[in-house]
Design a protein around this ligand. Sequence first.
Ligand SMILES: [Fe+2]
Length: 293
Amino acid sequence: MEITHNGIRLHSNIDNFFDGVRINSGTTHHSQLEKSKVNYLDWSFVPQYEDEAYMVKRDWRKLSEKEINALTATKNRNHYNTIYIGDIPNELKNTFEELRFKECLRPKDVLECMKRDPKVTLDLSNTMQNYLSDFANEQPFHFHFIGANLPNIDMVAADTKVLPLDHQEEDKKCMGIHNDGAELRTVHTTYKSGNRFTINLGTETRYFLYVNLSLTQAYNMLKKKLGLSVEHVDLYNISKLFFKYFPDYPVIKIPQKPYQYYIAATDHCFHDGSTQGMTTLDVLMIYFGRFTQ
Ligand SMILES: [Fe+2]
């Protein structure tokens, strides 16, 4: 199956950006794929997946010229029809270096970096506020999350709200490729949700995986397939139904190097993060807003 040409596109000022982007032949139920194993510090386990989780196939290849054209953003980009990838400025990098996030070994170390240096943390908060106002379109934005994923997990997203506060990394159940529910909406209005600005604070390249369809486009494809029973499709089951009926729809894989950001409307498209192949901690900082570039 080929990608649909009018979906969610990519915009980046990074030199030769598309050289690093990959595409595959689609997704598969997690039971059909051998999972990557976490072997890091004293952790040694195969991540668990939710019953109906779908994972990306591993037959990655470079994009064709036609695919690059289909995915390159136009001038009419906005906060939900385009994913943006770029480098953060040196001033911000220096502040992150000062807080020594790259030295974090365990997820719980990340907050300690900030606690042990309140002055630099405040400085970081102000610098971020200034920096992000250039992307924010004069709309409100806010800090959402700082934390980490263990290395070598195929699809990192897991719902920790269903777990006790003292849960262990091994207890998490990866949800597979999914749409977020940051703001409660219907399938038809997720474009109104904001988007996220995510910075890689770790030492290695991580990956952002996504399907270049808006949730509305995915819904319309399901409608053609299912007819009237499409009325049972909602924000909670749309990803499972989509990947059940369209397992051949390709996924795009975007490298996010250290100190690069991606901006994506994660309520509005199917996506996940991946630390597959990494050997060190994946540290992330996330803001929510209506960012564009
Ligand atoms: Fe997500």
